[in-house]
Design a protein around this ligand. Structure first.
Ligand code: ZN
Length: 450
């Protein structure tokens, strides 16, 4: 058992001064005001942030879809670039890209990643010799980097609400329901203190309702996180209305047992009733503000959702940015630009935007990850972020303004040390295996360069 002390630790109710805590077998064992400490960590200690939405391979195409191909460029034209890139990624490339991404996540203060994984098969659609090869590449990458993983193998069966077959470049995403459940069962047998397995339904357009029902009835997801992309695009809302006679979130709330196990990723285009419905269900709204901005998706109704006590978390999704600070900053800035007001995301317990957003994203991210995260409390996994208290932005700050300064003071990374499950992954801003993982990433990228 190792004991630590910090001047301040962030707890669900706010900053706690002069905190001491012990770590044993990867978890917080005791939180005591006056315990002796083996090590003083620094002035500001936060729980690690869960990243609730990731497609790891997309990290390597950041910047490759920023040239206009058509004045009507949209999510749908971006998707064509993404499909072409995905076609060059095999298990070795995926592991190299994911490990590099996870190093960057850890250095930015994320300690858990929910991997919404649909790149299952060979580019022509045939399974690999080991049908779980791509899933195992992600597990290996997470283990190498030391980040916690919630692996969400994704069910993807149709190319649209009309049930059309997958297109040529979508074939490697697809499973028959039985094969999917076999994969899920196998992956669930690999769960550990740092690997959790749940389910992703790609979207309503890609998962027929009978298949969704079969997965929910399989007995494999009763205690597991369930994620789904939903209402990201207006076109998806229109198709759903045309073919299912309801808007996507309206349909899901009416036809699936949506509760706190569920994460609704994006949930951008909502009526007031749908917004309140998600909040009342306990499901997490999985917001990915930098990706949603990059893809031109639209803005989530944040103020209305918070007013209804909705639960939210953040994800870096396409990894156009890998920073919880930037996700939270753009979540707030989108609302300010739209409403022409300031300080939108506040709560009854705090008028601070930084405290509200950081605290909400910890709570919702832990729920989405299906893991005991997001708080420095007995029994929780020992994930910590120690801020650089010597950084100019933080030197004269008191607790009342600390998280606002962290979120809103610029681009210098203020994360100094990061612990996951009791192990230090990042010290003095640098990951313990950064050089080796970066060299392998560079070699992989050269192999698949356009
Ligand atoms: Zn996504």
């Amino acid at each position: 058992m190792t004991s630590y002390r910090s001047d301040y630790a962030w707890q669900p109710h706010g900053w706690e001064a002069d905190t001491a805590f012990s770590v044993e077998h990867g978890r917080f064992a005791a939180i005591a005001e006056a315990a002796p400490a083996d090590a003083r960590l620094g002035r500001w200690v936060l729980p690690g942030m869960p990243n609730l939405h990731s497609h790891a391979f997309q990290r390597a195409m950041a910047g490759l879809a920023e040239r206009q191909t058509n004045p009507e460029d949209s999510f749908w034209t971006w998707r064509e670039t993404m499909y072409a890139f995905a076609g060059r990624v095999g298990p070795d490339e995926l592991q190299a890209i994911a490990a590099q991404l996870y190093v960057e996540m850890l250095e930015a203060g994320y300690t858990q990643v929910c991997e919404f994984h649909y790149l299952h098969h060979q580019p022509d659609g045939r399974p690999y010799a080991d049908a779980a090869a791509m899933s195992l590449a992600l597990i290996d990458a997470a283990r190498e980097a030391g980040i916690g993983l919630t692996l969400l193998p994704t069910l993807y069966q149709t190319g649209g609400f009309d049930g059309r077959e997958l297109g040529e470049r979508q074939r490697r995403f697809g499973h028959a329901t039985d094969a999917y459940l076999a994969l899920l069962q196998r992956l669930r047998s690999l769960e550990s203190a740092t690997v959790r397995v749940g389910v992703a339904l790609h979207s309503l357009r890609a998962v027929p309702s009978a298949s969704m029902q079969a997965v929910l009835d399989s007995g494999l997801v009763d205690d597991a996180p369930i994620h789904i992309h939903i209402a990201e695009q207006i076109g998806e809302v229109q198709d759903c209305l045309a073919l299912r006679n309801a808007r996507p979130v309206e349909w899901l709330l009416g036809n699936a047992p949506v509760d706190a196990r569920w994460t609704l990723v994006h949930a951008t285009h909502l009526t007031a009733e749908e917004t309140r419905g998600i909040a009342a269900s306990g499901a997490v709204a999985g917001l990915c503000p930098t990706t949603e901005a990059n893809l031109g998706d639209g803005l989530f109704p944040l103020k209305e959702f918070l007013a209804a006590d909705g639960v939210l978390g953040i994800g870096s999704d396409s990894h156009i940015s890998v920073s919880p600070v930037e996700e939270l900053r753009w979540l707030e800035y989108g609302q300010r630009l739209q409403s022409r007001h300031r300080n939108i995301a506040v709560s009854e317990s705090s008028g601070s935007v930084g405290e509200t957003l950081w605290g909400d994203a910890l709570f919702g991210g832990a729920r989405a990850a299906g893991a005991p995260l997001g708080a420095i409390e007995s029994g929780a996994r020992a994930d910590l972020v120690v801020l650089d208290d010597a950084a100019p932005q933080l030197v004269a700050r008191e607790p009342a303004h600390l998280l606002d300064t962290f979120v809103f003071s610029g681009n210098r990374n203020l994360v100094r040390d990061v612990m996951v499950a009791g192990q230090w992954c990042v010290r003095d801003g640098r990951h313990r295996d950064a050089e080796r993982i970066a060299a392998r990433y560079a070699a992989a990228l050269k192999r698949i360069a356009v």
